[in-house]
Design a protein around this ligand. Structure first.
Ligand SMILES: NC(=O)c1ccc[n+]([C@@H]2O[C@H](COP(=O)([O-])OP(=O)(O)OC[C@H]3O[C@@H](n4cnc5c(N)ncnc54)[C@H](O)[C@@H]3O)[C@@H](O)[C@H]2O)c1
Length: 423
């Protein structure tokens, strides 16, 4: 049996461990989780022995080599400190994105994985979705010739924006470890570099601001908490009352501080929490968010090709769009539609159009449009010495996307163009 150590048992690890446990020859045999409630959940779900349940990575490392590989789903700011000991002790690691917000740490993780001859794979799951993996195949098959430009966008819907980046645990880069671009779009920078990996990113420029969801834009009569009698409670698009009491979309994020199975949290407990110590109950304009509301960036690649990404919080229709123009054709699509259009020059009618409908692909309606399950499968294949898929995201292959994020945030803050020392 291939033994897996879970490093944390939060939302992402609960998902990934489910996929791993369903794989033949794989056993979830140990867990590190400082939260007693979550550690016990893992213990019961996978019948983990008491002596294989730990409160810290150091405790687990002191127990010897207890598993073959680890899945690390800790929060952004803990990735480096929890992954380094795993690599040094010879564990193959599947690490959640973002790797780290510090360039030195990123390169150190890469060096440590290489020196210890272990797999360090990053959860850039978009690469595994039928949508992006088929786009990559069309590019690699030469269908659009040489890429000249890629235009991409990430429109974060109102409720997702609110529960994750305005009120949620990715709202403040200083305490939560990542800027908005890093937390939300290191995926997008990763696939932009991956799709265009005939070349490397060379320069980045970027603009963005926090001028809209800011305290001075709050209605004058809005109290600090939505449910403290805010007169806009029924009509405001950011109403905590509507998002977490009337509706339940994304509300699992809002009550994660209550150590109870989500379904058992009563309405009274929700209301009390939102009215007292829960940041999800605070007026969206008045949280301690330091994230930008919108950001745009342009990448100049070494071969002269360009890519742009537009990121915005609060879209009515959440979606990721992409439009790639090459020297012999173009590709266009919206991720959430699982549909790709390929257009090519044709002598008689000028242009042919071929549509690839991927909506029937296995697992496409679950877990990032099928990406989560395929990613875990690829990691386990790598660890078992099997050939990984073309989407395989080794640490070395994930560095350039992160370097573009660092460069874009530096360019935005300093209003400059930043050179990317890509590898
Ligand atoms: N790949 C994706 O598309 C995607 C989507 C969402 C989140 N994420 C990333 O996944 C990560 C986890 O997010 P989440 O929502 O599951 O977080 P979470 O808060 O639900 O889980 C994190 C867990 O880590 C535990 N923890 C804290 N310190 C620890 C330590 N030193 N050792 C072990 N465990 C520790 C916490 O108790 C908590 O249970 C984040 O980095 C996030 O950015 C990735």
């Amino acid at each position: 049996m291939l033994k897996v150590l879970l490093v944390s048992y939060g939302f992402r690890c609960q998902l990934y461990s489910g996929f791993a446990a369903e794989t033949d020859g794989v056993e979830i045999s140990a867990v590190v989780e400082p939260n007693d409630f979550r550690r016990n959940l893992a213990k019961e779900r996978f019948n983990i022995k008491e002596e294989m349940c730990f409160k810290s990575v150091d405790e687990a490392m002191a127990a010897g080599k207890i598993a073959d590989c680890a899945i690390n789903g800790t929060m952004d700011q803990f990735h480096y400190q929890t992954t380094m000991p795993l690599l040094e002790h010879g564990y193959h690691v599947l690490l959640e994105k973002p790797v780290t917000s510090d360039k030195t740490e990123l390169l150190k993780l890469k060096e440590t994985a290489e020196r210890n001859h272990v797999v360090l794979m990053i959860c850039h799951l978009l690469r595994y979705t039928p949508f992006y993996s088929n786009i990559k195949k069309l590019i690699d098959d030469g269908e659009v010739g040489e890429i000249m430009t890629i235009e991409a966008s990430e429109n974060v819907g109102v409720i997702h924006a609110s529960s994750a980046f305005i009120r949620g645990k990715w709202r403040n880069s200083k305490t939560d470890g990542s800027t908005l671009l890093m937390a939300k779009c290191c995926h997008d920078l990763d696939y932009l570099c991956w799709l265009n990996n005939a070349t490397k990113p060379a320069y980045v420029s970027s603009f963005g601001s926090r001028n809209f969801l800011a305290p001075e834009k709050a209605p004058e009569d809005a109290p600090l908490r939505c449910m403290d009698g805010c007169p806009h409670q029924e009509t405001c698009q950011w109403s905590a009352y509507r998002d977490y009491i009337k509706s339940t979309l994304f509300s699992y994020y809002a009550f994660e501080t209550i150590d109870k199975p989500y379904d058992e949290i009563t309405i009274e407990e929700r209301i009390k929490s939102l009215k007292t110590d829960n940041v999800h109950g605070v007026c969206a304009y008045k949280t301690d968010k330091d994230m930008v509301d919108n950001q745009m960036l342009i990448i100049q690649f070494a071969n002269g090709s360009t890519a742009s990404l537009a990121l915005m919080l609060g879209a009515m229709k959440p979606k990721r769009d992409i439009h790639i123009v090459g020297t012999a054709g173009e590709i266009e699509g919206t991720f959430e539609d699982s549909r790709i259009v390929l257009r090519k020059f044709e002598e008689t009618n000028y242009c042919t159009e071929q549509v690839f409908d991927l909506s029937g692909e296995d697992g496409v309606n679950f877990g990032h449009m099928g990406g989560d399950g395929r990613l875990v499968d690829d990691f386990l294949k790598m660890v078992q010495g099997k050939k990984p898929s073309p989407a395989y995201t080794s640490i070395a292959d994930s560095v350039n996307g992160h370097l573009c994020v660092y460069a874009a945030d530096e360019a935005r803050e300093n209003m400059t163009v930043v050179k990317v020392d890509s590898i």
